[in-house]
Design a protein around this ligand. Sequence first.
Ligand code: FES
Length: 162
Amino acid sequence: MINGLDVKANEKQFMMLKEYIDSIREAQGVLMQTLHKAQEIFGYLPIEVQKFISYELDVPLAEVYGVATFYTQFSIEPKGKHKIGVCLGTACYVKGSQQVLDKLAKELNIKVGETTSDGLFTLEATRCLGCCGLAPVMMIDGDVYGKLEPKKIPDILSKYEE
Ligand code: FES
């Protein structure tokens, strides 16, 4: 299955999630809390995890899926080892962050929101990262790169390719 999860191989993680659900079952807003916890445990929310949550909380799968896909903090796709976030806030945009994003997409051969087939990089567009003086800006994991130009991208990526 595409982006599926081997339930047997991840039994320990499912047990952790079950324990968490049992501890908050009576509280308000349990679905959001459970999705957060599940994403923390699994790194993303594959269909097997959504089904498990649906069953455990007795919430329709469509509702679980709806919440998991509505909020940007959740992902139903696995994320890459390195997360690249290119700022498309106003200051960065007017200084050419779209061209930086396009260059990254070309170099990595993926679209925004996708992960490379080797699982190394996920490319995302973000809102203002709070360092507009360095526009255009991107972050890779916790590292900030400012005053970017498309031609600098290959060198920057190569640092993460080892
Ligand atoms: S607009 Fe890009 S850091 Fe603020």
